[in-house]
Design a protein around this ligand. Structure first.
Ligand code: MTE
Length: 322
């Protein structure tokens, strides 16, 4: 998830994150030269935050597992998938657990607006009471060529779309992460296009695989994994799986995502996993499995073609796999 252009041979894939850190420092230095700037210790672990009240949704977990979605590989140990995160609101390296504890997940309201019959705001706990919670085992493939396999708990995005009642003219669903630089120091970094935004076509949103996640490993979602509500679209690169969503907007215009705004030549709208289309700076042919560090071949649509390939019939002109 880097934005500085380099030729592939200049940067091994495993050096990718370091480059982001480097880039941030470089831009901070540029900012310093330009005038007043934020304190460099933006992501410092020292910030104080009030102890969280007990999670009112804790009793909903674990939910019954839906046996339809199988992994074909071992579940990633919880300690690995919950400590190796991408959550730029809390830092550009993978070690954001401590910083992410600043995120306040209650009260949490979700705005539903745009092209809907009736715009509304819903509280997360009221939403959880209305939605059919289930557990699903999904693979997750990051564009950085690592992967994990996770038992998510949540509900089909299609059930949420039905509740929201979009107008027939709506074509896309835009999903937005909270915006609160006091609670998420990364959002003080002015050179990133906050808030984090992602989008799907309504056909993709209504596909049975699209899942709104509220928990993992039979418990409410940890903050660093995008509590209290995130997306899982397992046939797409992980950056589509927007975290800590507080707004769903139905629209007839294709949303411009966070990463597309930052570097459109590397991160596009479709972002369907495809081992044959390299990222401009590294190969996507294989992936490193979190937990074991084994390197395994990457599959087209991350192995979910039977569910989603038909969504893209006849769309050859589009750049579907970036
Ligand atoms: N959502 C927000 N709001 N901020 C982020 O930085 N990173 C994305 C995605 N959703 C990101 C986000 C990326 S690049 C990936 S791979 C996944 O979250 C990582 O999810 P995980 O940390 O639970 O593994």
């Amino acid at each position: 998830m880097l934005i500085r252009r380099r030729r592939g041979w200049e940067l091994p894939e495993n050096a990718a994150t370091d480059e982001a850190v480097y880039l941030d420092r470089r831009r901070l230095m540029q900012g310093l030269a330009a005038g007043p700037i934020l304190a460099p210790a933006l992501f410092g672990a020292g910030a104080a935050w009030a102890a969280d009240p007990p999670d009112p949704s804790a009793g909903l977990y674990p939910a019954k597992q839906n046996p339809k979605y199988t992994l074909g590989r071992a579940i990633t140990p919880e300690k690995d998938s919950t400590t190796y995160n991408n959550f730029y609101e809390y830092g550009t390296d993978k070690d954001v657990v401590q910083a992410a504890q600043q995120l306040k997940v209650r009260p949490w309201t979700i705005k539903i607006d745009g092209m809907v019959e009736k715009p509304m705001t819903v509280d997360i706990d009221d939403l959880l009471k209305q939605m059919p919670l289930e557990e699903r085992l999904y693979r997750h493939r990051c564009v950085e060529a690592w992967s994990m396999a996770v038992p998510w708990t949540g509900f089909p995005l299609a059930a949420f779309v039905a509740m929201a009642k979009p107008l027939s003219s709506a074509k896309y669903l835009k999903m937005t992460t909270f915006m609160d630089p006091a609670m998420a120091p990364g959002q003080k970094q002015f050179f990133y296009p906050w808030p984090y935004v992602e989008g799907l076509t309504l056909a993709e949103a209504n596909n049975e695989l699209s899942f709104l996640v509220t928990g993992m490993y039979g418990k409410p979602l940890p903050k660093q994994d995008g509590a209290p509500l995130r997306l899982a679209t397992p046939w797409k690169y992980g950056f589509k799986s927007v975290k800590s969503i507080n707004r769903f907007e139905f629209t007839d215009k294709r949303p411009l995502s966070y990463w597309e705004q930052l570097q459109a030549s590397e991160y596009g709208f479709w972002a369907n996993v495809n081992p044959e289309v390299p990222h401009p700076r590294w190969s996507q042919a294989t992936e490193r499995v979190l937990g074991t560090n084994d390197r395994v071949p990457t599959q087209l649509y991350n192995g979910y073609g039977e569910f989603v390939a038909s969504l893209y019939d006849g769309m050859k002109g589009e750049k579907l796999f970036m």
